[in-house]
Design a protein around this ligand. Structure first.
Ligand SMILES: NC(=O)c1ccc[n+]([C@@H]2O[C@H](COP(=O)([O-])OP(=O)(O)OC[C@H]3O[C@@H](n4cnc5c(N)ncnc54)[C@H](OP(=O)(O)O)[C@@H]3O)[C@@H](O)[C@H]2O)c1
Length: 271
């Protein structure tokens, strides 16, 4: 069972999406095909992942109506100028073999290009129907403030969220500004082994991954589990058919916090 989350522009997005980072070539195509077969209707890719062709092929060969699938991709750093956004989007449509992208994100913030320039160009792609919704990723509160100041609508901020790095302050800021948080890298081994998660898995007779994904979505976020194994794809998709109690959700909120896992040298997390 998948639930939908509504963005501020009225567009609905399946709360569980299938992540494709680090999936390449035949493995990417097979994994996306299997994910669609087991029931995922939301696929998350990025230009940088180098798998647009395979993702597009898997979607086209799935036999699923394009309108029943939600497809997200992301602009890499070199494509954030006004001119480059339009060119990149046209290339993405060709590579993904689709007429539109459901959600186009700025993959990482880059202060050397004015955010207004990038958002105006993304909005132009939305106006022509090539993109349905616009969003950002890896933005801090400060980046979000700059983006909100442009007055151009964006619907989500895709960031790392897991029990040991729960982003509570950034999530509050997003909620206040009607920006849906999409959580990534929620299934780190250390989070699945966290004693509170293991205990709850036993209590609810679910797997640790299911407890974590249920917590992410129960807290109003979109989750993007990734797996190369069909059994785990199913397990992850079946993580929403039970309810964690209020107390147990709070218990997960209160596990010890640690450093973020995804912190490349070009990140602007100190902004
Ligand atoms: N915007 C960004 O900058 C950004 C950054 C990172 C990620 N993302 C997106 O978020 C997606 C998810 O993040 P992620 O790729 O870091 O991976 P993830 O979903 O947090 O974790 C994937 C890992 O967990 C294992 N796994 C999956 N389901 C499991 C289960 N039920 N039980 C035990 N292990 C399980 C997988 O191994 P097996 O394959 O062996 O199952 C894989 O090693 C990415 O694919 C990407 O689409 C975005």
């Amino acid at each position: 069972m998948n639930k939908k989350i509504k963005f501020k522009n009225g567009v609905e997005c399946p709360a569980l999406g299938f992540g494709t980072w680090q999936l390449q070539g035949e493995e990417a195509e097979r994994a996306v095909k299997e994910a669609i077969e087991v029931g995922y209707r939301h696929i998350d890719t990025a230009d940088r992942y180098g798998n647009h062709l395979e993702v597009g092929k898997a979607i086209n060969e799935s036999g699923i109506e394009r309108s029943d699938l939600f497809l997200t991709t992301k602009l890499w750093d070199e494509d954030l100028s006004g001119v480059r956004v339009a060119l990149a989007v046209d290339r993405f449509l060709q590579e993904l073999n689709t007429e539109y992208i459901d959600l186009l994100l700025i993959h990482w913030p880059n202060q050397s290009i004015p955010i207004e320039e990038t958002l105006i160009a993304m909005k132009a792609c939305q106006d022509t129907g090539k993109v349905r919704s616009v969003g950002v990723s890896n933005f801090t509160e400060h980046h979000l403030e700059d983006a909100l100041a442009t007055g151009i609508e964006f619907v989500t901020n895709q960031v790392e969220v897991r029990p040991h790095f729960n982003q509570v302050a950034l999530r509050e800021y997003c909620t206040k500004n009607n920006i849906v948080v999409t959580g990534y890298s929620s299934l780190r081994a250390g989070d699945m082994a966290e004693p509170v998660i293991v205990e709850l898995a036993e209590k609810y007779r679910k797997s640790p991954a299911q407890i974590i994904l249920n917590w992410v979505v129960s807290r109003g976020m979109i989750a993007l589990p990734q797996s190369t194994k069909v059994e785990r794809m199913k397990e992850n998709l079946e993580s929403l058919d039970f309810s964690l109690s209020k107390e147990d959700l709070s218990l997960i909120d209160s596990v010890p916090q640690e450093e973020r896992y995804n912190n490349p040298s070009f990140a602007e997390f100190s902004y």
